[in-house]
Design a binder for this molecule. Structure first.
Ligand SMILES: [Zn+2]
Length: 836
């Protein structure tokens, strides 16, 4: 069977965020726009690497002004970045950013695709990127998406000719697109894809350039523009009362976890796109010039086009239902054409328009947000015809059930409510992001079902199919089953309806460190996802570890309630890394998942099921001192990590710092980017330096330099300049420069082995210049680059020590990296020679 990719109709909604779960409520202007799009048969695909890379001005312009089918292919889901609005990181951040991209597309009218590539963190060069990603697999995904979506034009965000000048993911996205442009049409390339789709040759490949890529506006002015197209994307849409750039700003403002909320802009603005492959359009204001984008590009399409163009020319904004019979005529003509690609796309668009012109309201909702496999749930179907059109609701069905005969004539403005019993069979899959269901690699998600590759999210679990007759003509309409409720302070809310286990179990801490052989109590929290859940929880653990009682029983009365069980875990006497995981047993069924909910106002609520486990690490670690003061920066989990190895950590409010107030601490640690985000520290830095002078130990973690970066005279007691130097390869070789320095000898002897097992990177924003008082302790570099010695700098000051480090302790300690703990304990324990 061939698979045709049909996504939502790009009807524009600019008034307020509207989740994809809520039924669309289209004005006459929306319908007219949809009819104009129906009459344009051209497709554009924009390609880049991350959520937020995409140029929403251009995507909105192509979708709303040109009326093209327009999509953004983001190779990754942005899993490796930071989160400004919550605690989601890594794959959970990828889930959040996926939804932010979908929210942006709902506003700018584009569609959204992804490859299986995982955003593993910053990469300096495409050579590194394409090694960590499986290049062949990502290329195959790009080709797969091109073959399915069949774009006439492809636009790259980045330049494939300048590796090393930007993030390696960026250049890689352009290089892969450049390669895929020709390969997509070669039947010998990824031939297995051709059992489900066809080869495809796009006509033109562009690079969406700008002065930024030339270094300055001045240089760009002088650049050769003979192969460039110049589009004014600042157009105004009188039917909607907004201009293109306002839509684009609203769309990119959905990237809230990246801090992209911004003001809207208006007025003329140019976008430049440079031709890389294919012929240069004669009309340099039209990227589709010379490409047939009318109905005549499809064999037998002229008849459909003739009818639809007539509707477009004579559209009645006050009474759109007047066009129903002509729309049905067009639908009949469409069914006769053989081009299955365009037939599937235009059929879905036409069905949506037919519903909209009749003001037909169809909504399938539950009154529960979720249920479990092997249950029944009631689905309410609301059907309302708000026109004089002759509409008959023949049958309804969910999934593959037999259709229930209804034969209801939908009279004008008379609401019909139909109740449907939905059987969720025992073998129904749980609702969870499909790309997280199997364990992937550092660079790739694992997706075995080819039909899922490229899709932004898991297809909805259940759809209601409604057989209707419009003026006696049968059309099948599908509506997803969604959950609807209201909150007094928020009003009506739509959410995805989900299939979840009967209960899930999770740990509070993802890593538990055992610095001695003493047992620790580890709590496991069970969450009931239905009423009256009763069963047992078993703890599984590795060799050398012991648990006091492996199986405990639980009983929870109410759906949503939780119960916490405590297990006493004893580590081995030797250093070891292991995992413990819970299994819930209910009536012979085993559940090993934990549930993570991602809930923000700008996206639909997401439920993510992950394998529940916690890493347990036995470290042999020596330390001196006990009381640590912590000044929180942009947020990290170092305080919790230090508590795990037995330190007492007090978070210090910078406002409370005054002369002498820090003396009770054995060491003061400053959190990541503190000097970038905590204004108060500028005024309190002298007390921190006085603390060092009096014999204290001050450890400052990385701050960013450069634009919007640090501007502080007294960051250190001696000259120190922060750069953008970083080492991104977490396995890169580390050399100990200062072998006899206390920081690598006391109380733990640090060796090369302590740099094994690090995650994501070595460190970032290392100083590149420092005065002679500083001793550089370590040397490291990424492959083929000169060695950097600024990752860890120590300088005695007065009776104490000032330590500046860009090493990524904020990633390594929460990940349970033994060597990082040992080195950090040495930083905290550091004393000047005379004080030992
Ligand atoms: Zn990017």
């Amino acid at each position: 069977m061939r698979l045709y990719w049909v996504f939502f109709l790009g009807i524009l909604l600019t008034c307020k965020p509207l989740f994809s779960q809520a039924p669309r409520k289209n004005t006459s202007s929306d319908i007219f726009h949809a009819i104009q799009k129906l009459n344009f048969l051209g497709t554009a695909l924009y390609i880049a690497a991350h959520p937020d890379d995409e140029n929403t001005r251009l995507i909105s312009f192509l979708s709303n002004e040109v009326k093209a089918k327009t999509a953004y292919l983001s190779l990754t889901r942005g899993d490796g970045g930071q989160n400004l609005i919550g605690s989601e990181l890594r794959e959970l951040l990828g889930v959040l950013r996926t939804q932010e991209l979908l929210a942006a597309r709902r506003i700018d009218g584009g569609e959204q695709f992804f490859s299986r590539a995982n955003d593993f963190g910053y990469s300096k060069h495409p050579n590194e990127t394409l090694k960590i990603w499986n290049k062949e697999a990502v290329l195959s995904d790009v080709i797969w998406i091109i073959r399915n979506y069949k774009p006439d034009v492809i636009i790259n965000r980045f330049d494939h000719r300048s590796p090393g000048s930007t993030h390696g993911h960026h250049t890689s996205s352009a290089m892969l697109s450049y390669e895929a442009f020709d390969l997509a049409n070669n039947p010998n390339i990824y031939p297995e894809q051709l059992t489900i789709t066809d080869v495809w040759q796009p006509k033109r490949l562009f690079f969406n350039t700008s002065w930024w890529f030339y270094g300055s506006e001045d240089k760009f002015q002088k650049a050769d523009k003979s192969k460039m197209i110049d589009l004014d994307v600042g157009v105004y849409y009188p039917l909607r009362g907004v201009s293109n750039n306002e839509i684009a700003s609203l769309a990119s403002s959905q990237h809230l976890c990246q801090g992209f909320g911004r003001l809207t802009t208006r007025g003329s603005e140019n976008e430049y796109i440079e031709l890389l492959k294919g012929d240069l359009p004669k009309d340099k204001s039209n990227i589709f010039d010379g490409i047939n984008t009318t109905w005549s590009r499809v064999e037998g399409g002229e008849e459909v086009g003739r009818i639809l163009l007539e509707i477009e020319r004579n559209f009645d904004f006050t009474q759109p239902s007047k066009h129903l019979s002509k729309l049905i005529e067009a639908y009949k003509a469409l069914m006769k054409i053989n081009d299955e690609h365009w037939k599937a796309i235009k059929k879905k668009e036409l069905e949506d328009i037919i519903q909209s012109v009749c003001g037909l309201y169809l909504e399938a909702t539950t009154t529960e947000s979720h249920t479990y496999p092997g249950s029944h749930i009631l689905v309410n179907l609301e059907a309302l015809n708000r026109s004089a059109a002759n509409i008959n609701l023949k049958t309804v069905s969910i999934t593959n059930d037999n259709p229930l005969v209804q034969n209801i004539i939908l009279k004008e403005n008379k609401k019909e409510l139909i109740k449907i019993d939905l059987e969720v069979t025992a073998n129904t899959s749980y609702t969870s992001p499909y790309w997280l269901n199997s364990k992937g690699t550092l660079g790739m998600y694992k997706v075995t079902d080819q039909n899922l590759i490229g899709k932004p999210e898991t297809p909805k679990a259940f759809e209601v199919t409604i057989e209707m007759e419009f003026n006696g003509f049968p059309i099948k309409i599908k509506k997803p089953v969604v959950y609807k409720y209201s909150k007094p302070e928020k009003g009506e809310i739509y959410q995805p309806f989900e299939i979840l286990p009967e209960a899930t179990a999770g740990f509070k801490d993802k890593v538990v460190i055992f610095a001695t052989s003493e047992p620790k109590e580890i709590p496991v929290t069970i969450k009931a996802l239905k009423n009256n859940v009763k069963g047992e929880l078993q703890i599984c653990f590795g060799k050398g570890w012991k648990v006091d009682q492996e199986i405990k029983s639980f009983e929870i009365e109410k759906n949503g309630d939780q119960q916490t069980l405590h297990f006493l875990v004893t580590p081995p006497s030797y250093e070891d890394e292991n995992y413990i995981s819970p299994i819930i047993k209910i009536n012979g069924k085993e559940i090993s998942k934990e549930l993570i909910e991602i809930d923000y106002d700008h996206i639909p609520k997401q439920s993510v099921l992950l394998n529940s486990k916690t890493k347990v690490v036995r470290i042999n670690i020596n330390k001196t001192g006990e009381n640590i003061g912590y000044i929180v920066g942009a947020g990290d989990e170092i305080p919790e990590s230090l508590e795990q190895i037995g330190y007492k950590v007090v978070k210090i409010d910078p406002i409370s710092i005054q002369a002498g107030s820090l003396n009770k601490f054995d060491a003061i640690v400053v959190g990541i980017r503190a000097y970038n985000v905590v204004e108060e520290l500028k005024f309190k830095q002298r007390y921190l330096l006085d603390y060092v002078k009096e014999g204290g130990n001050l450890i400052i973690q990385y701050n960013t330099a450069g634009r919007n970066g640090l501007d502080m005279e007294n960051l250190a007691p001696y000259p120190l300049s922060i750069s953008r130097d970083r080492v991104t390869d977490e396995t890169s070789d580390v050399k100990i420069l200062a072998n006899s320095h206390a920081v690598v000898n006391y109380p733990n002897k640090i060796t090369k082995n302590d740099f094994n097992g690090w995650v994501q990177e070595r460190g970032l924003y290392f100083p590149d210049q420092w005065s002679k008082e500083f001793t550089p302790i370590l040397s490291m570099s990424d492959e083929g680059e000169t060695a950097l010695n600024g990752s860890l700098l120590v300088a005695p000051y007065g009776k104490g020590n000032y330590i500046y480090t860009g090493l990524s302790f904020f990633r390594e300690l929460p990940a349970g990296v033994t060597g990082a703990y040992r080195l950090f304990a040495n930083l905290l324990s550091l004393k000047q020679e005379s004080q030992k």
